[in-house]
Design a protein around this ligand. Structure first.
Ligand code: FES
Length: 166
């Protein structure tokens, strides 16, 4: 039995090797691009600085706007504006998401007829100050809560978590 490689076999192996390399060099970047968002870490532990001084917070919720820089949404990076309703309960700082749990409209603090409540103008959804949805109105769950921390006297806002107050 001869272990010699024929000229035809040599050419075939060489072409398969070179062809395989060229295909993988072409396909791998495409595969990497396609799954890139899956491979990214979400940075969920990040806190966003705001211009709100913690010492100026009271028991009345105030609207605090903040910007998330370079938020990655799949392949796109952009600055995203967000809002929280923030107040103090004793020493605890509470930040609630303004996103209504009915269909996602933005809730407001108090209206002419809804004292000491959050009110959603879209379908008259109502929430207590701690974010608890008021039975008999459209929302079926409480407002989410933001994680918060104080850095050098300023409020920093983190990710949303299910409401821990109700
Ligand atoms: S979206 Fe808020 S009550 Fe419907």
């Amino acid at each position: 039995m001869s272990s010699k490689v024929s000229r035809r076999q040599f050419l075939s192996y060489t072409l398969m090797g070179v062809g395989g390399f060229m295909v993988s060099a072409t396909v791998m970047p495409m595969v990497r691009f396609a799954v890139d968002p899956v491979l990214q870490t979400k940075g969920e532990g990040e806190f966003i600085p705001t211009s709100q001084k913690v010492a100026e917070l009271t028991e009345t919720p105030v609207r605090v706007d903040f910007t998330i820089k370079d938020r990655k949404d799949a392949w796109y990076k952009s600055d995203v504006s967000d809002t929280a309703w923030v107040y103090k309960e004793g020493d605890q700082v509470i930040a609630l998401s303004p996103v209504c749990k009915h269909l996602g409209c933005t809730v407001n603090w108090e209206g002419d007829e809804h004292k000491n409540e959050f009110f959603c103008p879209c379908h008259a959804g109502r929430y207590e100050k701690n974010g608890k949805n008021i039975p008999g109105t459209p929302p079926l769950g409480p407002l989410d809560e933001y994680m918060v921390e104080e850095v050098d006297g300023y409020l920093h806002i983190g990710k949303t978590v299910p409401n821990t107050l109700v």
